[in-house]
Design a protein around this ligand. Structure first.
Ligand code: AMP
Length: 290
């Protein structure tokens, strides 16, 4: 039976009891409105650790002014029944007041990995992410925490956060789960009309086009970015407003000149009023061995 916990104290007690029994603790932080992408993380946690905690918390501090904090989909009862079916032991559903009492003032600086891309378009977003992730890891103290590559910049920031603040847990990143057409699953896809959903596929098409061009021997990063921009223009039918299409070093997230090793393609765009992001690894032939 899944147990719903609303307070930090209850989580600490539940985890401490499991730990006394020698159990390894897995943790999956989410904002809810769970889909198969979230559930892939949950399944990995359930397979690889003994006791799994999933948090559902729409974190206000990672939303900017004019963003969709109020409108963000909330379906906690449905989410809990999915998590129960997966065999999750504990779901942590704190209130905003539980996570941010009125006297809380300290935030966590996400460092230079947050300077570009999402950090630039959404000022303060990664401070909110770094703060809530640090708090959740401090409360749950898991052995392993699972994050999606879907939010690649976030994943790299969380890895740095764990390393630099000595948080003492293993961070595992798992591949992006897509629907049959290739659209990366996202809670925000719920905002898309059927037509926008088709247009949103242009993000995945752009990534595929970059991978294809690389496979044909194009390693110049600016040329690959042009390939991505053109694909969004073509497939997005003029309705997709591209914010960035970038080829970066996977570790530093800085733009590279040439794809030589461990590069990543990142895209972000607005489809109607919905903001979507996607990314993929870019592996040159010499490295992939193809
Ligand atoms: P969110 O609820 O959007 O904060 O996401 C919670 C976790 O699920 C984050 O680690 C995300 O990167 C991950 N996630 C979201 N969408 C996907 C997806 N399509 N595939 C894999 N992981 C995902």
């Amino acid at each position: 039976m899944i147990e719903r916990l609303n307070s930090k104290g209850e989580v600490r007690q539940a985890v401490a009891a499991a730990r006394r029994e020698g159990k390894r603790i897995g943790f999956v932080p989410t904002m809810g409105a769970l889909h198969d992408g979230h559930l892939a993380l949950v399944r990995a946690a359930c397979t690889r650790t003994d006791v799994v905690v999933v948090s559902i918390f729409v974190n206000p501090t990672q939303f900017g002014e004019g963003e969709d904090f109020e409108a963000y989909p909330r379906r906690v009862a449905d989410d809990i029944s999915h998590l129960s079916a997966e065999g999750v032991e504990f779901v942590f559903t704190p209130s905003v007041a539980e996570m941010y009492p009125p006297d809380s003032t300290v935030t966590v600086d996400p460092g230079p990995l947050a300077d570009r891309w999402e950090g630039e378009v959404r000022p303060g977003h990664f401070t909110g992410v770094a703060t809530i992730v640090t708090k959740l890891l401090s409360i749950v103290r898991p052995d392993v925490a699972y994050f999606g590559e879907k939010d690649f910049q976030q994943l790299q920031i969380v890895r740095a956060l764990e390393r630099d603040l000595d948080l003492g847990c293993t961070i595992v990143g798992l591949p992006t789960v897509r629907d049959a057409a290739g659209l990366a699953l996202s809670s925000r896809n719920a905002y898309l009309t059927p037509e926008e959903r088709r247009q949103a596929l242009s993000l995945a098409s752009a990534l595929n086009a970059a991978e294809q061009a690389l496979a044909w021997g194009e390693t110049d990063a600016r040329a690959l970015e042009t390939v991505m921009r053109e694909a969004v223009g073509r497939e997005g039918a003029g309705a997709v407003e591209l914010e960035y299409a970038a080829v970066v070093d996977a570790a530093t997230l800085e733009p590279v000149e040439r794809v030589e090793a461990s590069a990543r393609a990142l895209v972000a765009a607005r489809v109607g009023t919905t903001r979507l992001i996607d990314n993929c690894a870019l592996v040159p032939k010499a490295v992939s061995g193809a």
